[in-house]
Structures are given as C-alpha cells and as structure tokens.
Write a protein that binds this ligand. Structure first.
Ligand code: XIL
Length: 398
C-alpha cells in the first residue's frame, strides 16, 4: 500500500488524555470508518484491566450484594455443553433471549407451549441460578396470528389471559418479570411519550396498568419491571424524561411497578456519549420513587471500531468499565445482565454485524467465541470489585 493510501486509511482514536493512533493493519473493504473519539476516564493505551484472581463474575457480584447474569437462547445452552458450563460458572441469573416472548410461547391463539422455556427454567434451577422473565407486553415478537385475531374488543381479555397463564406458570420460581418492554417512544409524537404500539391502539395508555396489576396478582413474589432502551446517552434526555413521567403516572395510579430495567445496548461513535453525572442523576430520580434498577441487556457494539481485535477489545472493555463504574455507584442498582455471555452467540451478529465492512465477527460480550475471558470480562470484574457493597435487604432473591 503506498503512503498516500495508508494515510487516507489512518484513523486516530483520541482516548482520554492522549491520542491513540490506529494505522496500518486496517484492512477494511471500504473506507467507512469515521474518526472515533472515545473519551474514557482513563487513557485507553495506559489502562491495564488487571484483575486479581480468577473468581467468576457471579461471585464477584454476589460479594457486593449484586446479581450478575446473562441472556441465552435455548439452542446455545442445550447444544453446547462447554458453553452451558461457562454459563453456570459465570452467571447467577438466566433470562431466556426469546423463549418467553409471545411468538415463542403461543403457536396458536388457544395453545401455550412452555417446552423450551421450562427447559431453561430447569437449567437455571439445577445450577443454582435465578430465572428472569422477558417479556409479557411488547410490540415485537408477536405471533403471526396476532394481527388477524386481536382487536379492540378482545385485546384486554387476551392480554389478561396471557399474563395469568404465563406468570402463573412460573409463579414463585421467577426473580423478576419484564412486564412491559419498550413502551416509551417520544419519536411517535404523543404528549405522554408513549409508543403507538398495537396495545396502545387497542387499549389506550391504561394497558400498562392492566399488565402490572395482572402480573402482581398472578405472582406476588416476582419483582415487576418496566424495561426500555435509549436511556444512557446525553442526547437521550427526552426519553429519560418520558420514562420518568410514565413511572410517576403508574405509581400515582397505584400500579405495582417495582423496578426499571435499563437495556444498555451501548456502542461507540462520536455522538453517543454518556455523561456519568447525568446518568447518576437519572438513576437517583428512579431510586427516589422507591424503584429498584436492573441493567438488563448490557452489551457493547464494536461495529464502528477498527478491525484490529486488540484495539477493539480495549475500547469495548473501557466502555464496560466506565459505564458500570458509574451506574454501580447507585445503590438501587441490584443486578447486571449482559445480553449474551459469549461472542459466539450474540444478537449483534444478526442485527449489527460487520458483514458489509470487513466480515469479521463482532466482539461485544465478556467471553470470546471459544469461551475465553476477554478484556470486557476483566472490565466487568473490576467494576464489581470496585462497586460499593449493597445492603442485603435491597436485593430481591427467592
Ligand atoms: C433480540 C434477540 O436477542 C434476538 O435474537 C431476536 O432476534 C430479536 O430480539 N431488546 C430486547 C430484546 O428487549 O428482546 C431483544 O432481543 C434485543 C433488544
């Protein structure tokens, strides 16, 4: 490659105090990478991510009164015993990635199929893990029959039947339920910030109250969570404000919402920065409403980062550590779940892959495709080791 071409391919990463230049070695199929600036709190080149000992994440979290776990598909756990072993070693809580969604549980309007979800619940129990439910009300993952069957007249009955059956099925055996997922979407232009979802169209804004009340009735022991994305970065202030308002409204109407789930699908580009102060203020406001907080779907997309794996892994790890060290300062945060455990099984290979760039696999999770711990694992371990200890009564467990 001649010098001119090399220079045009040069990318500068300004990281914290110093500038870290990524040059050579970048062999992207095309020239699509902007200059990425990651202003982590430590200069990336200097950060060492050292971890003392090889204690698994679940134990490091538990020693601080925190719960660590991850999402998994049924297929990965049932087909790969090495993965299942790593999962049981690192995780204290399991959430099915798909198997408790409507389209997985409801092959037809009158039939529920719990086969795979039950297998996962048993896997969790056998390995001393908590089990978490995701999700009872969502505008996505609806079965094919939904659109032609559900309407204004029958929506309440069908929703209540769903919640009673599914929550009742796992009553007493579930740590927490994402009762409603992604109901806030200011972009839809409503004054209450709610998403114009099928549930809203059928039942109005009261569908959230209906769902939380039904879930509480079917399992008074599960922690009832409102779960959403888009709550971390500076520019996401309208979403934070709308979620706060929604939770206030629910609480003022006596709906039994008990926690906020923050998805935390993070990434790295120049416009997506989180400000620890803003974030902590938001978490405090949630906590002041007497709500717990769970980080429910943490992962860090490396799609915008250079091909060089060692650089990518360091930036991903720095984002994990910066994010977790900020949010774990808030005592109301009781649990951290990553959305997957190993890069071998990450949804980002479906939705946010590098296929059109350099065809390399994405590396957003704590373990690599061979189940080896990466710097992201170290970063999470360090954040747990440095987190303030929770008082045990704050952590809901069975
Ligand atoms: C994703 C799964 O990981 C994918 O495998 C599936 O194809 C689509 O759904 N927010 C959520 C999760 O609440 O349910 C989504 O899970 C990821 C985004």
């Amino acid at each position: 490659m001649n010098r001119k071409r090399l220079l045009t391919r040069r990318r500068t990463l300004l990281l914290g105090m110093g500038a870290f230049t990524v040059a050579g070695g970048l062999r992207h199929l095309n020239n699509q990478f902007p200059e990425i600036v990651y202003e982590g709190k430590d200069a990336i080149g200097k950060k060492n991510f050292t971890v003392v000992g090889d204690i698994p994440l679940r134990e490091r979290a538990a020693s601080k009164g925190l719960i660590y776990g991850a999402a998994s598909s049924y297929r990965a756990l049932a087909s790969n015993t090495d993965y299942a072993t790593s999962f049981a070693k690192e995780c204290a809580i399991l959430v099915p990635e798909a198997q408790l969604k409507w389209d997985a549980l409801r092959p037809s309007p009158n039939r529920f199929d719990f086969t795979r979800a039950d297998w996962m619940a048993k896997f969790a129990r056998t390995h001393g893990m908590l089990f978490r439910g995701h999700t009872l009300v969502w505008h996505k993952a609806l079965p094919k029959w939904f659109a032609g069957t559900v309407n204004k007249r029958n929506a309440e009955r069908i929703l209540l039947e769903h919640i009673k059956t599914v929550v009742g099925h796992y009553a007493g055996k579930i740590h927490s339920w994402d009762v409603v997922n992604e109901a806030v979407f200011p972009e839809d232009g409503r004054s209450d910030g709610l998403r114009n979802s099928p549930w809203l169209q059928f039942l109005g804004a009261g569908y959230l109250d209906i769902a939380f009340r039904a879930a509480a009735e079917a399992d008074p022991r599960a922690l009832l969570v409102y779960n959403d994305f888009g709550l971390n970065y500076q520019y996401e202030e309208p979403k934070r404000a709308a979620v706060l308002k929604l939770l206030e409204r629910l609480k003022s109407r006596g709906s039994p919402v008990q926690a906020l789930g923050i998805q935390a699908h993070l990434w790295c580009d120049n416009s997506s920065k989180f400000n620890p102060k803003t974030l902590k203020k938001f978490l405090r406001e949630i906590a002041n409403m007497d709500l717990k907080i769970l980080i429910t779907e943490l992962d860090v997309s490396d799609k915008n980062l250079p091909l060089d794996v060692s650089i990518r892994d360091r930036i991903v790890a720095a984002i994990y550590e910066d994010y977790l060290s900020a949010v774990l300062e808030e005592p109301a945060v009781i649990a951290v779940l990553t959305w997957g455990l190993s890069d071998r099984y990450t949804w980002l290979n479906e939705t946010d892959s590098r296929k059109r760039l350099d065809r390399s696999l994405v590396r957003p999770l704590p373990l690599d495709t061979n189940l080896k711990r990466k710097l992201a694992w170290n970063a999470i371990a360090r954040a747990f080791d440095q987190a303030p200890k929770r008082h045990s009564e704050q952590v809901k467990s069975e």
